[in-house]
Design a protein around this ligand. Structure first.
Ligand code: ATP
Length: 447
């Protein structure tokens, strides 16, 4: 595995962003738990997404459907058929299994043994419901969040009196029994998706497709992804998802290559017309003039929370040989830094007494911490040299550090240090809150 990925993984574990799930029992392949910093980072990422969806001049409504999904829904959507199958190959010697499109030739990439003929493998996860556990009461964990939106189309239109074009946005867990989960949180068996389904007139769907693709790209740029690190790939017909009449993958340049982080799909009327057919319900949309009924087309933007989070971590991760900040312990080590966008950074402000053996300084620092804590996620740190503490904050991406020193006691001012430029300025405590508000607000999450 690439050294940089190893460094990111070890930072995530060491600092409490991401842990392999149930590690004390040997873990569960392709499943991860998120600690305080990881949970906050995820939350901020989702908030930034919601912000783009809900705070615009378009009509987009939120939704929260159940994870447990009856078989019929997934038969109608095509997920229980060949559309949602991967080709699996198994090594006859070591019995390792691979996605067929990930192996070249007929030899096992692990042991060189002979590979068996590819078999179809459905990625859905079955759950027995109720006490009997027989096939009659079998449900599924949803493989994508959007089906809950389509089956509720009638409810949504009638309760909201929604007029086309409009969107329905949802964030939630999805599950896929991936053959080979890999690359840390890139491909996992349990993950979250942020999906928006945009219902429009069929004739307008190409226009809206371009609109949403642009919008989604600009979202990544605003949150700090460099233009060179994103590319758009038009997916040819034979490789598209079973429901897509047009599909574009937004790819990020990960250290292990260009990989999809988001799909923009024109699903046509695949879902609504199939659900109409299978359920017997009329899921057509009645134009407000009352003169025609039609099946709207759906433009979908679909991104995995953890996959996007991983891309943002790769983008922010910076390694400085020899370090940027002098420490008394050593200034020759490699320094890790997360240049996360201010909206994404889990902790916004670090409060540091210059020394911890002067009770007046510590007392003042605690007062400042108390002042800021109700407004921003803050951390108080008094252990180790000031340089080392700055580095600890930089490593988890804290945008601003406040230092309380001897001059604070005389002049009631503090130093505020910027993570990226390392510039420091002196500011009166009475003005601190307003200044931090200015620096931290105006970010993407603001209305
Ligand atoms: P892939 O080709 O990588 O399996 P996909 O084309 O099947 O992905 P979609 O069904 O379009 O993916 O899902 C939309 C988004 O959901 C993906 O772009 C990705 O961000 C996320 N996603 C899908 N599968 C996984 C997974 N196993 N782990 C993490 N995220 C996932």
């Amino acid at each position: 595995m690439e050294k940089v990925i190893q460094n990111i993984m070890s930072l995530c574990k060491r600092r409490g962003f991401i842990f392999p799930s149930a590690e004390i029992y040997g873990g569960l392949n392709g499943v991860y738990d998120y600690g305080y910093l990881g949970a906050e980072l995820k939350k901020n990422l989702k908030q930034a997404w919601w912000h783009q969806m809900l705070f615009s001049d378009l009509d987009i409504f939120s939704f929260d459907a159940a994870v447990l999904t009856p078989k019929k829904v997934l038969q109608a959507s095509g997920h229980l058929g060949a559309g949602f199958e991967d080709k699996l190959v198994e090594c006859k010697s070591c019995h390792k299994r691979f996605k067929a499109d990930e192996v070249q030739g007929s030899k096992c990439p692990e042991c060189g043994g002979e590979l068996a003929e590819p078999k179809n493998f459905n990625l859905m996860m079955k759950v027995p419901i109720g006490v009997t556990g027989d096939t009659a009461s079998m449900a599924y964990l949803r493989p994508e969040t959007c089906q809950g939106i389509f089956v509720n189309f009638k409810n949504i239109v009638s309760t909201l009196r929604a007029k086309i074009p409009f969107g329905v946005a949802q964030v939630g867990k999805s599950f896929r029994n991936e053959i080979n989960p890999k690359n840390f949180v890139f491909r996992t068996r349990e993950f979250e998706q942020m999906e928006m389904e945009w219902f429009c007139e069929p004739i307008q769907s190409d226009k809206w497709f371009d609109y949403w693709l642009e919008k989604r790209l600009s979202w990544y740029y605003k949150l700090g992804i460099k233009k060179d690190n994103l590319r758009v790939q038009e997916v040819p017909k034979e490789e598209r998802a079973h429901y897509a009449i047009r599909q574009v993958d937004i790819e990020y340049s990960f250290p292990f290559g260009w990989k999809e982080i988001e799909g923009v799909h024109n699903r046509g009327d695949w879902d609504l017309s199939n659900h109409s057919k299978f359920s017997g319900e009329n899921l057509k949309y009645l134009a407000p003039e009352g003169d025609r009924e039609f099946s709207p087309y759906v433009i979908e933007t679909s991104v995995g929370v953890e996959r996007a989070l991983f891309a943002f971590l790769c983008e922010a991760f910076t390694q400085v040989e020899g370090g940027r900040t002098k420490t008394t312990e050593s200034n020759k080590e490699v320094e890790f830094l997360l240049r996360l966008h201010k909206s994404l950074a889990p902790v916004k402000v670090l409060v540091l007494p210059l020394v911890r053996n002067k009770p007046e300084v510590v007392k003042k620092a605690k007062e400042v911490y108390k002042l800021l804590k109700p407004h921003f996620l803050c951390q108080y740190d008094e252990k180790g040299s000031i340089g080392r503490r700055y580095r600890r904050g930089d490593e988890i991406g804290v945008p601003f550090s406040i230092t309380i020193d001897f001059d604070t006691l005389k002049r009631d001012d503090v130093t505020i240090r910027d993570r990226d430029t390392m510039k420091q300025e002196r500011i009166k405590i009475k003005n601190l809150l307003a200044l931090l508000n200015k620096y931290l607000k105006g970010t993407i999450n603001d209305k």
